[in-house]
Design a protein around this ligand. Structure first.
Ligand code: GSH
Length: 207
């Protein structure tokens, strides 16, 4: 499978992370998204007229929607498919709010930044409430005790929220959920999202 990729894209990272967790090989074709806007070049628009990344090519198949890509990658791993497409739709909301705030702050994208950040905070509150409820049901992940594509679709834009000026401090259940994802076997990093074991241990409290 070939991934047309930009290293700082949260959406492209979803695909790289999924492949790593599944142990699948990806041939990465780096696209100069910024500053060259190569994803809008005639060659790239021929692959994906919407002019977005990621794009996954698997033989004859070309996919340019992250949810579809994640479904395709997990077709032989039903335990990853989950049973709740609402979270895949929610991941789009996260991309349009927290993701846009980050593109504004990091790459200078035009946005009504306060409104976008406020919408991002509303989405985080929804996520926090859902994850808090899950923990009472004994589940660590969005759809139950095991991670699914719902978690992979939602995780990157949440983890990178501080890059868009949105703090994660008020959300303990979200932080626990992110720790769980970052400790998964096969987890890979992207700039700004680190593997759990690479973090300094919590300081010892002396009494
Ligand atoms: N519909 C796409 C959207 C993914 C997306 O938002 N990609 C961003 C990069 S993270 C993009 O390509 N934006 C186009 C641009 O900013 O010109 C999906 O869900 O995969």
């Amino acid at each position: 499978m070939i991934l047309y990729d930009y290293v700082l894209s949260a959406s492209c990272y979803k695909v790289r992370l999924m492949a790593a967790l599944l142990g699948q090989d990806l041939t990465i074709k780096a696209v100069n998204f910024h500053p060259e806007r190569e994803h809008r070049s005639p060659q790239m628009l021929a692959l994906n007229p919407a002019g977005t990344l990621p794009i996954l090519v698997d033989g004859e198949l070309t996919l340019a929607d992250t949810a579809e890509i994640l479904r395709h990658m997990t077709r032989a791993a039903p335990q990853w498919q989950g049973n709740d497409d609402n979270w895949l739709a929610f991941a789009v909301t996260l991309n349009e709010t927290l993701g846009l705030a980050r593109l504004h702050d990091v790459l200078g994208y035009d946005a009504d930044i306060e409104t976008v950040r406020r919408s991002g905070v509303l989405a985080l509150r929804v996520l926090e409430a859902a994850l808090c409820e899950r923990r009472f049901d004994g589940g660590l992940y969005l759809t139950g005790p095991h991670p699914t594509i719902s978690d992979i679709a939602c995780f990157p834009n949440v983890a990178l929220a501080p890059d868009g000026g949105v703090s994660l401090d008020p959300y303990p259940s979200i932080r626990l959920w992110m720790r769980a994802i970052r400790s998964l076997e096969g987890f890979v990093e992207m700039p700004g999202i680190f593997r759990l074991h690479d973090l300094a241990p919590a300081p010892e409290i002396k009494r």
